[in-house]
Design a binder for this molecule. Structure first.
Ligand SMILES: NC(=O)c1ccc[n+]([C@@H]2O[C@H](COP(=O)([O-])OP(=O)(O)OC[C@H]3O[C@@H](n4cnc5c(N)ncnc54)[C@H](O)[C@@H]3O)[C@@H](O)[C@H]2O)c1
Length: 348
């Protein structure tokens, strides 16, 4: 199934929503984003213009929305209003809101169509694309969910004006990842005419292309995991955001594969974009080196990309800057990590 990705401003967004061929709209929005943007979104005039039933639900901000209790409450409240199969769900917020809203859309009346208005950089380039939806369980993140592709993704970079620095850095971790997967994205990022709207669209389209080729993640969609195996480990070990963890995960990968060219490019991009990822988390938290490697290995061995008792599949970059998948055994990874962390200057 195809999803339409467009860059829009608030006016065009309103027209797009008016033009949806649906009898009613279920608008699910992050409560913080609602407070910031209710005037620009101007749902009142939209309701007048479309003469369709609009159900508005404000969800707790960010990750707090992705739980059973919110899922249950919102579903019951929507059902109480009286809906049918020709209602369309619109999610407006960061990745947490698109994840739960998409899951609500996938399960209400066994599946309603839906669209996304992502409001964080991370959700614009990643979470809103590709139809992975879900909520968290007490046993882990995103364990309850469904694949349910949105019809439209409306990207409006104006939302980024109010995004806190830490959330922006979170998104840039993923943007940097795309620039290693696709040389054209890197060149656009480094160009003097750098425009964030264009970069976001390029990243979103890159992911969308892989999703269209490989919806169930059996082949090329896996490239999107560049840096994520170590990144997920760092996310669990240290108080860093997902994007920051992916950034350090990529750097560690480049170090252990001894690719000085990629490390240099990475530093170059960070400098050009004036990003400040600070010191590597393992230097900030000064873990004992042997326990650091043991910890990392424990997470690596439990990663979703483990393909046998002894091996994990990693994404890496060819000399010509194209991604490929490589199976690496745990013993080799441990030796490389040991060597890496033995050097006192690691990551500085
Ligand atoms: N489905 C996928 O493919 C996919 C991919 C990556 C991440 N995710 C999920 O995305 C979630 C993280 O999403 P996220 O990082 O986009 O953010 P988020 O939804 O967790 O929101 C982070 C914070 O930013 C605030 N916020 C949102 N938009 C804002 C704006 N324009 N201005 C000011 N504040 C704003 C929110 O209120 C919240 O406090 C995680 O739950 C992760 O699992 C899903």
């Amino acid at each position: 199934m195809k999803q339409w990705i467009e860059v829009v401003n608030f006016e065009l967004l309103s027209t797009k929503i008016q033009n949806l061929k649906t009898d009613g709209i279920i608008f699910l929005i992050d409560e913080f984003v609602w407070d910031l943007y209710k005037d620009q979104l101007n749902l009142k005039s939209l309701v007048g213009a479309i003469k369709k039933k609009v159900i508005l639900k404000r969800l707790p901000r960010g990750e707090k929305a992705k739980c059973f209790s919110v899922y249950e409450r919102v579903c019951e409240e929507i059902l109480e209003e009286g809906i049918h199969r020709n209602f369309h769900v619109i999610a407006c917020g960061g990745g947490a809101i698109s994840d739960i809203s998409g899951f609500i859309a996938s399960s209400l009346l066994r599946g309603l169509s839906w669209s996304v208005i992502p409001t964080t950089l991370l959700s614009m380039v990643d979470a809103s694309i590709g139809g992975k939806t879900g909520i968290n369980s007490k046993f882990g993140k995103n364990l309850i969910g469904a694949f349910h592709m949105p019809e439209h993704v409306w990207l409006n970079p104006l939302f980024l004006e109010t995004l806190p620095k830490v959330e922006s850095l979170n998104g840039y971790g993923e943007v940097l990842k795309y620039s290693f997967l696709d040389k054209k994205i890197k060149e656009s990022l480094l160009s003097s005419k750098f425009k964030i709207g264009e970069i976001i669209l390029k990243c979103a389209n890159y992911k969308n292309k892989l999703v269209e080729e490989d919806f169930r993640e059996k082949g090329p969609r896996k490239y999107l995991n560049l840096g994520h195996t170590f990144g997920h480990a760092f996310e669990k070990m240290y108080p860093v955001s997902h994007g920051e963890a992916v950034y350090w995960g990529m750097k560690l990968l480049f170090y252990i594969f001894e690719r000085k060219d990629l490390l240099k490019e990475c530093d170059n991009m960070v400098k050009e974009l004036s990003l400040s990822f600070g010191k590597p988390p393992w230097l900030v938290h000064l873990d004992e080196k042997s326990s650091l490697v043991n910890n990392l290995m424990n997470f690596v061995k439990r990663d979703k990309k483990v393909i046998s008792e002894k091996e994990i599949e990693l994404v890496f970059i060819n000399e010509d800057w194209s991604p490929y998948l490589i199976a690496l055994d745990f013993e080799t990874i441990r030796i490389k990590l040991d060597n890496f962390f033995k050097e006192s200057h690691v990551g500085e």
